[in-house]
Design a protein around this ligand. Sequence first.
Ligand code: URA
Length: 207
Amino acid sequence: MRKPSRPQRLEPLPDIADDSLERIATEISQCQKCDLHKTRNQTVPGAGPHSVKLVFIGEAPGADEDASGIPFVGRAGQHLDKILAAAGFKREELFICNILKCRPPENRDPTLSEMFCCTPYLQRQLRLLKPSLIACLGNIAVKFVIGPDTPGITKIHGEWFNSIFGIQTIALYHPSFLLRSATREKGSPNWQMWQDIQTLKKRYDSL
Ligand code: URA
């Protein structure tokens, strides 16, 4: 397992008596810590059971997620669903969320300041969920969760890292990136994702 090159710094979380996923979701729905609250329609805290072995972390909600309040329901999400099902994962066994809980306008990349503003929610979610594994989808999530000097996703997809959350984390392609490549030929991003998701499933099954 690779070590993160230069970990991001997260503030230690204060103890929060009676914290719960519902309470976090309510706080997110009222959050005005950054300007994204001015343009969002719905907040997207994440979805899944209260205790999981594996959490998927994407980048930020898109238009469909902003309209529904549910992560990964648009085209990228549907592609992710197919990959998960083909590998034998049940979506209802997983917690799926994003670094940001609000949509950046025009789907621009999240800023570092937005990510630091928002990630205490993710930290709290992970503290409650206690997953053994994280799967990071795409460069933005990888560089935040694993470290800013992590090589690009085309170099390190399928590899395991220790993350800023102290949880073993695999780097995976983002499903939006995979949608840009129609082919599934050997060596293509979709083919590589298929190898990586099977690597993840093997580790998941061994827990
Ligand atoms: N892309 C993401 O990173 N997250 C979503 O929830 C949807 C699309």
